[in-house]
Design a protein around this ligand. Structure first.
Ligand SMILES: O=C(CO)[C@H](O)[C@H](O)COP(=O)(O)O
Length: 224
């Protein structure tokens, strides 16, 4: 099991003061910045691109930036994000014609690569790419919007992917995204996640440090 990572999704941040929001969650104990890229094609919403990632780096953000591409096609935008300062880039296999090639492209540009599985996407693709990736991101909501409820079937899927990762013997992160809250994060951690994306739970909280500490303590409680 990898170390615990809390990655606030800036989808729920106040975009009018994004730099300050990112500084605030990092100062409050967040480990990564989760950066949701939506194209109004693969998903029914439109968000931010490489220019905003680059702006965060220029603003002084040194923490890992975890770019989740909800775009189709994928490959064209990958080099722009690598240049803009992405640390890891995850993508949906449905959005790439050649999944293994996209993984190779991301890694050739110096970023970590991850595969994202939607709630109804089978895990089988992992049989063929687990040896080549750094992270699996399981969606516990249908992608496109923050603030949705956690889909319970994600717990069984977490357990299944955790077994696959452990059997591989590789240090692959298992990330969960969607509906992660202080009151369900322990159950999610116990099912095998080590990397937790939370948008509305963190950015809607009055005290960022308080909610992040509560989440980390809940995860730590499952590791004893
Ligand atoms: O990728 C996403 C949606 O596609 C978001 O990261 C995710 O939904 C986080 O938001 P919340 O924690 O509010 O559910």
């Amino acid at each position: 099991m990898q170390s615990t990572v809390i990655a606030p999704s800036i989808l729920s941040a106040n975009f009018a003061k994004l730099g300050e929001e990112v500084d605030a969650v990092l100062a409050a104990g967040a480990d990564w910045v989760h950066f949701d890229v939506m194209d109004n094609h693969y998903v029914p919403n439109l968000t931010i691109g490489p220019l905003v990632c680059e702006a965060l780096r220029k603003h002084g953000v040194t923490a890992p930036i975890d770019v989740h591409l909800m775009v189709e096609p994928v490959d064209r935008i990958v080099p722009d994000f690598a240049k803009a300062g992405a640390s890891m880039i995850t993508f949906h296999p449905e959005a790439s014609r050649h999944v293994h090639r996209t993984v190779q492209l991301i890694r050739s540009l110096g970023c970590q690569a991850g595969i994202v599985l939607n709630p109804a996407t089978p895990v089988d693709v992992l049989d063929y790419v687990l040896a080549d990736i750094d992270m699996v991101l399981l969606m516990s909501v249908n992608p496109g919007f923050g603030g949705q409820a956690f889909i319970p079937s994600a717990l069984d899927k977490l357990r299944r992917v955790r077994s696959m990762i452990d059997a591989s013997g590789r240090a692959v992160r298992l990330e969960i995204d969607g509906g992660v809250k202080a009151d369900n994060i322990a159950e999610i951690a116990a099912a095998g996640a080590d990397t937790f994306v939370a948008g509305s739970a963190i950015f809607n909280a009055p005290d960022y440090a308080g909610i992040i500490a509560t989440m980390k303590a809940a995860v730590a409680g499952t590791r004893r």
